[in-house]
Design a protein around this ligand. Structure first.
Ligand SMILES: [Zn+2]
Length: 280
């Protein structure tokens, strides 16, 4: 039975790196962080997840979580009912791939430690996994996560036609790779990004999923999304109406229903690792 994890990056509204700066902005003319679309998207998602009792993995940006809580503490329940991972303090580009500012190892450790403390304090749960903002990883990230008692990282793509298998990084931390579908020169990630932006049809997405399911040999198929993307369309820089938000949620619901009809088993990443005897 193929295993599928739905992962939700819970970060600020469409985060963009700012040259020479550690903290991310949100995509807007003012180039400041905002959290309104994240909050609206999370609210809409929470109703759907509740209705179908689906357990997901949230990769939480600590600052976004503080804003979510300040706005509506009830939303915290959505996060704590699921698996909690960490997605940075202020959505930092650890390797400096886009900001031009590589963060030195000790500062990476301090930032991730601070993020871990904030997330733990607010949720009452110690984050088990980590996803690097912009998937911008560094050679020492595994060691840092290990020293903070993380069980896995999930920031690296693995290109294949079958659900990828986790592997151990040198420091005994599991890497749980994101699938990357080798589709000619235009490779396909399984972020729902393309669906929300109308860049890939639902049928094309289904076709990719069919291939993964047909080739499954016990790996983990990860489908990923961002809470804000349910309430914001990048291509037209548009904050979506409640009806449009609902349409985006319905798209994800249809995807989940399609996979459930195929007999897949949905579970958070940590549960998959336990089930497959990776002693985390
Ligand atoms: Zn992010």
């Amino acid at each position: 039975m193929p295993y599928v994890a739905l992962t939700i990056d819970l970060d600020r509204d469409y985060p963009v790196p700012v040259s020479g700066t550690l903290k991310a902005a949100s995509y807007s003319p003012e180039c400041k962080p905002s959290f309104t679309c994240t909050i609206r998207g999370l609210k809409a998602l929470s109703n759907m997840l509740e209705e179908i009792s689906l357990k997901v993995t949230f990769f939480v940006e600590a600052r976004a979580l503080q804003h979510i809580c300040a706005h509506d503490e009830a939303l915290l329940g959505v996060v704590t009912k699921n698996e909690v991972g960490c997605h940075g303090l202020d959505h930092e580009d650890l390797a400096g791939k886009y900001t031009g500012v590589p963060i030195p190892p000790l500062q990476q450790l301090a930032l991730i430690r601070k993020a871990t403390e904030i997330i733990s304090e607010i949720t009452g749960l110690k984050p088990v996994g980590f996803r690097a903002p912009y998937l911008s990883t560094t050679p020492n990230l595994g060691e840092i996560l290990r020293s903070l008692d993380y069980k896995y990282d999930s920031s690296i793509y693995s290109e294949s036609f079958k659900p990828p298998h986790p592997y151990l990084l040198g420091c005994k931390l599991f890497e749980v790779p994101l699938p990357l579908y080798p589709l000619n020169e235009r490779k396909a990630t399984l972020y729902t990004w393309t669906l929300h932006e109308g860049k890939r049809s639902f049928d094309e997405f289904k076709h990719i999923l069919d291939t993964y399911i047909a080739n499954d040999d016990g790996g983990l198929l990860m489908i990923s999304t961002h809470a804000w993307h349910f309430a914001y369309r990048i291509s037209s820089n548009l904050k979506l109406s409640p009806r449009q938000v609902q349409e985006n949620v319905s798209l994800l619901y249809r995807l989940i229903a399609y996979l459930e009809d195929k007999g897949v088993s949905f579970l958070p990443i940590g549960e998959y690792l336990k089930k497959t005897n990776r002693n985390i």
